[in-house]
Design a protein around this ligand. Structure first.
Ligand code: PMP
Ligand code: GLU
Length: 399
């Protein structure tokens, strides 16, 4: 067989997706696995959104659309950005993508030339560095830890920027840390980015999943200079429980939107036509659904964090947004399982928890920090109760 592309062969598969797939396979084979692997709301898509897709099919919306999406949806995104984020971006500067992952890929592919540096705070969402490398860029990580609430400082950002820096990836609220940057942090970052003329790709997919009365702030809303350097990626997957519909979007400077439009016209065209009509109904329909979900996630967060903090050796910060807990568990490394295997790091620990305690969680190493593991609490309280019993008994059995 002829050799394959070396850049694609060098790509690590998504570990969040791999663990979720494995947990589902084990469940299908009859094993009682509790899956806290993937970050996917356990709620169903609201009925009025499904009805909009069904109506669009009845009306015969089964053909190609424009590669950048239907005008109604680009208008709905533009309205949403003004209404919810105080950001003025015209519909022509919006490109509808097949999920936010696709928007991230399109932005990076469109921006990067060989050797361009991309600053990424760590722990990071698995996909960012892999896609940066796929498109020829060089990830430059800013490390954080539980001691700093997993937040970078303006001084760290300043120090990470070089003449080759093209873009900062900001995921706010953060997957996997659950941490949230407020207006003062974002103002400090914006001042630095503008001064060095660096773009910010702001992944706002968890913007409405915020706890303790926080309200979302988009860095793009902090003035015209940062707006002209802001590449917003966002979508419907989390706020409207629409992971399977595959709708996201890019919003930003016109030349970048135009280039992404050309890319899509050759590569993927557009997300499914009825999914786009469903997305219009979602965005125009308000935020009641997500606020209801957040009330439930907030109870689950308290339950999970309370349980994690009751385990000696586990350090668990309190997430301010998203639906992940990222406890530090390195206290258990070097210990042995009842069958005598040494737990060397987060991969070993997660394999042990899955094999011996039927609990699927994601090793921190996937997010660039081997000291921790990630638990998604976007699942029922009943599952979380079972998960906490299994985690306590698994960790408690290590000697
Ligand atoms: N960004 C972040 C930070 C995520 O956690 C996810 C995971 N779903 C995505 C993007 C991708 O979202 P989508 O399902 O819309 O592609
Ligand atoms: N974003 C979710 C997660 O981090 C879903 C899986 C993925 O796309 O990575 O679990």
């Amino acid at each position: 067989m002829k050799s394959l592309s070396s850049t694609v062969l060098a790509l690590a598969p998504s570990m969040t997706v791999a663990i979720d797939t494995r947990a589902k396979e084990l469940q299908a084979s009859g094993l009682d696995v509790v899956g806290l692997g993937a970050g996917e709301p356990d709620f169903d898509t609201p009925q009025h959104i499904k009805e909009a897709a069904i109506a669009s099919l009845r009306e015969g919306r089964t053909k190609y659309t424009a590669p950048t999406g239907i005008p109604e949806l680009k208008r709905a995104v533009s309205d949403k950005l003004l209404r919810e984020n105080q950001v003025r971006i015209a519909p022509e500067q919006v490109v509808i993508t097949s999920g936010v992952k696709h928007a991230v890929a399109n932005v990076l592919q469109t921006l990067l030339n060989a050797g361009d540096e991309v600053v990424i705070p760590a722990p990071y969402w698995v996909t960012y560095p892999e896609l940066v490398k796929l498109y020829g860029g060089k990830p430059v990580f800013i490390p954080t830890s539980v001691d700093t609430q997993y937040k970078i400082t303006p001084a760290q950002l300043e120090a990470a920027i070089t003449p080759r820096t093209k873009v900062l990836i900001l995921c706010n609220p953060s997957n996997p840390t659950g941490m949230v940057y407020g207006k003062a942090d974002l103002e400090a970052f914006a001042e630095i980015l503008v001064r060095h003329d660096v773009y910010v790709m702001t992944d706002e997919i968890y913007e409405h999943i915020l706890y303790d009365d926080r309200t979302p702030v988009s860095i793009a809303s902090l003035g015209p200079e940062i707006l002209s350097r802001s590449l917003i990626v966002n979508g419907l997957s989390k706020a409207y429980a629409m992971t399977g519909w595959r709708v996201g979007y890019f919003a930003g400077p016109a030349p970048i939107a135009k280039a992404i439009g050309s890319l899509q016209s050759q590569a993927t065209h557009h997300p499914a036509n009825p999914s786009q009509y469903a997305a219009v109904a979602a965005l125009d329909g308000g935020l009641d659904f997500v606020h209801e979900m957040v009330r439930e996630f907030s109870l689950r967060r308290d339950f999970v964090v309370g349980n994690l903090r009751s385990i000696p050796g586990v350090i668990a910060p309190n997430p301010e947004g998203a639906f992940y807990a990222l406890p530090e568990v390195s206290h258990f490394y070097g210990r042995k399982t009842p069958s005598g295997k040494v737990i060397a790091g987060s991969l070993d620990l997660c394999e042990f928890l899955l094999a011996e305690h039927l609990l699927a969680v994601v090793p921190g190493i996937a997010f660039g920090d081997d000291r921790c593991i990630r638990l998604s609490y976007a699942t029922s309280m009943q599952n979380l109760e079972r998960a906490m019993v299994r985690l306590k008994s698994g960790l408690g059995s290590l000697v």
